[in-house]
Ligand binder design. Structure first.
Ligand code: C2E
Ligand code: CA
Ligand code: CA
Length: 677
């Protein structure tokens, strides 16, 4: 490793030395040619000056002088042209080699020495001719030219030396060989030559050193530059790689691996970024999506199928969402979409979006050779109206989705402020309900049902009352659904039956009607042993099955539990208990399937009675028509006015119930016989 390094360093040094030599050579040549202009100009000027000084001359022929001047001029012109050419070439070819320059340098030297020769000729002829004036002129001009050459020719060591020597020594030689020799002057000329040569050498050395310094400096700057850009490149690539890797990791950490949508923390991150970047006035809505009955798919078809369904649902939701926001998997079978909404009616806008999502999701999903249908309950909460943060909006949408689930699945519920309070009250009621029987908080009341026309009491409907020390009288409309949810209704239902039967056994007029109508939830009906509970209660209180009516709702037409529902209803029917369908017309449209169930009466919902003057009339009329064809009796509930009584009796309704005939009361009351239609 170190050997290789050392070798590389050596190679580097050799390379450096070579490139320095080339660079120095080129630089010196360039300088020589640049200075050549000065040299030529001075030469020419000196030549003309000299001729002017000695013109007209007695010793020298004028034609000789003229010829000499022409020769000098022609030479100077040639040298000038050549210098221009070389300077241009140096500029145009920065990579020019030493070999390419060498002939030019040769020409340069030739030009110089020819000039020196011309001066030698003129010096020799003046000195030898012995003219005082011209000799003095030559002895001033030639040393001056030589002295100038120590600087101007500093770049060329050899050529400079030769030029200076030739220029000066030919003068000295002439002085020594003259007719009247001047030996002292000749010796002085030689000494002067030596001094000039030393000066020239020194100049040359200084020049070289300065070039060397410049080269090193250039080299250093270049190397530093190279190193810096290398480092910068390295840094840049490293940074880019780190950035990319970080982004990848971030993306992975934010993604749900199964569905490839955001996970919970990814969605929260997205929200945080949006809240930072988007102005406070921009609106957001959270859409909470809870798949309906997904557990059945998971339990019934296995988790692999469940996973495929989840991934497909996520894909469809994402596509329906489009560019409006971000989708995340909240957990299990729950998804959350955060959407940017318009300022106006953000909830309505969101509900339209949910409709699109619902349509996309409800398309059958083909998996494992089956066509599965998936639906969802959704909750919507916008940030705008209550200045909610997005994270709070998710929580609110979650509450609303829970509400949607309770309201019967497959629907979208918009968050209301009261929902949170309702939720809390619900939770408290769940707890309170568990203690209600033991704490004797329940009681039953009876409301008479009368025969149409005669208005004789036919039976009593049993209605449950709950009086809680903390919450006071709680409406059955509120606590019955909770009891159904928790399953508590099974125990409570048995308690109602027991209490009502005991009460009638204790207080009823032996001659009067003993018949009771008891409300039964689907949850009770399908609970194991329901029939046994009914029978044992009747036996315990020595009541006949014919004296009991069970009011069930249209939920008995729920297709998923048909066999068990039909079985238990049939068992009750054969035993002698009557089955009535309560709140008829509000649930599944079940008229066409009425004949499948052992039902003896329909109880028209009180909303239709209240609407007798509008659409209620036609609905009741139609229902009565079909019921009569099937041999099923009709009861109207919620009858409050004499006019309603008249209208209902005109439609052929069999039994009537409502405040007009009697309010629910703790005791079995005989309705006033005088009241007739
Ligand atoms: P429902 O079975 O339809 O009971 C009739 C409801 O209408 C009763 O309300 C009764 O007080 C009310 N009502 C009677 N006549 C009139 C009238 O002329 N005008 C008006 N506006 N209302 C009248 P309540 O007692 O609050 O019961 C509400 C619901 O709670 C019942 O509706 C029933 O679905 C449920 N429920 C009550 N007791 C029981 C029970 O023991 N078991 C079950 N499973 N559900 C029960
Ligand atoms: Ca009822
Ligand atoms: Ca009812």
């Amino acid at each position: 490793m170190s050997i290789l390094f050392a070798k590389n360093q050596l190679l580097d040094k050799a390379e450096d030395a070579r490139s320095f030599k080339r660079w120095l050579y080129v630089s010196l040549v360039r300088l020589a040619f640049r200075n050549n202009f000065a040299n030529i100009t001075v030469n020419l000027a000196a030549g003309f000056g000299f001729v002017l000084i000695i013109w007209p001359s007695e010793e020298m022929s004028e034609s000789f002088l003229a010829q000499w001047l022409v020769a000098l001029s022609v030479l100077s012109l040639a040298r000038l042209t050549h210098s221009f050419f070389v300077i241009k070439r140096l500029r145009d070819e920065p990579d020019i080699t030493q070999a390419q320059l060498r002939p030019h340098l040769f020409l340069y030297a030739a030009g110089l020495l020819t000039a020196a020769g011309l001066w030698g000729i003129i010096t020799a002829s003046t000195v030898l001719a012995g003219n005082e004036e011209s000799r003095h002129a030559a002895l001033v001009i030639i040393p001056a030219l030589a002295a100038g050459a120590t600087g101007i020719l500093a770049s060329q060591r050899m050529i400079g030396r030769i030029y200076i020597s030739v220029m000066l020594l030919q003068g000295s030689l002439a002085l020594a060989l003259a007719r009247e020799p001047e030996h002292l002057m000749a010796v002085l000329g030689v000494i002067f030559t030596i001094v000039m040569l030393i000066a020239h050498r020194n100049n040359h050395q200084v020049l070289r050193q300065s070039f060397e310094l410049q080269f090193r400096n250039n080299d250093l700057v270049e190397k530093l530059e190279a190193e810096r850009s290398l480092l910068e490149n390295l840094n840049a690539t490293l940074e880019a790689r780190v950035r990319q890797r970080t982004a990848e990791l971030k993306e992975l950490a934010a993604q749900d691996p199964l569905t490839r949508v955001l996970n919970r923390s990814g969605l929260m991150q997205w929200c945080a970024e949006q809240e930072e970047s988007v102005s406070a006035s921009a609106g957001f809505a959270a859409i909470f999506i809870d798949l309906d009955r997904f557990k059945q798919i998971n339990d019934g078809l296995g988790h692999t199928v469940g996973d495929i369904v989840l991934a497909e649902v996520a894909r469809r939701l994402n596509r329906a969402l489009g560019p409006h926001g971000a989708l995340g998997r909240w957990g299990g079978d729950e998804f959350v979409a955060i959407v940017r909404t318009p300022q106006e009616r953000p909830e309505d806008w969101s509900c339209t979006l949910v409709d699109r999502m619902r349509a996309a999701v409800e398309e059958p999903i083909g998996v494992a050779g089956r066509q599965l249908q998936v639906g969802f309950s959704a909750g919507v909460a916008a940030t705008g109206s209550d200045r909610l943060r997005v994270t709070d909006a998710i929580h609110c949408a979650d509450l609303a989705a829970g509400d949607a689930k309770r309201k019967g699945r497959g629907v979208t519920q918009i968050y209301r402020k009261t929902l949170l309070a309702e939720q809390e009250r619900n939770l408290a009621l769940v707890q309170a309900l568990k203690q209600a029987i033991a704490n004797r908080e329940f009681s039953v009341v009876f409301q008479p049902v009368v025969q149409a026309g005669t208005h004789a009491v036919h039976s009593h409907e049993v209605l449950l009352r709950w009086n809680n020390p903390d919450y006071g009288l709680v409406s059955p409309d509120e606590f019955i659904p909770i009891a159904e949810d928790t399953g508590e209704i099974v125990t409570i239902g048995a308690f109602v039956l027991d209490t009502a039967l005991r009460e009638i056994a204790r207080t009823a007029d032996p001659e009067g009607p003993r018949r009771l109508a008891v409300n039964v939830s689907l949850r009770q009906l399908i609970a194991p042993g329901f029939f046994e509970v009914v029978r044992s209660m009747l036996e315990r209180h020595q009541a006949r099955p014919e004296d009991l009516v069970l009011e069930v709702t249209e939920s008995i037409f729920d297709t998923r539990r048909q066999s068990i529902i039909k079985a238990v209803l049939l068992e009750l029917h054969l035993y002698g208990v009557e089955i009535h369908i309560d709140d008829f017309g509000t649930g599944y449209s079940s008229l066409s399937r009425l004949h499948e169930m052992p039902v003896q009466a329909l109880k028209i919902d009180r909303s239709f009675v209240q609407a007798l003057d509008s659409h209620g009339h036609a609905i009741i009329e139609g229902t009565a028509l079909i019921a009569r064809k099937l041999g099923i009796a009709i009861v109207a509930e919620g009858v409050e006015t004499a006019q309603q009584v008249a209208q209902l009796e005109a439609l052929g309704i069999d039994y009537l119930q409502g405040y007009f005939f009697g309010r629910p009361s703790p005791s079995l009351a005989r309705p006033p016989q005088s009241k007739s239609a």
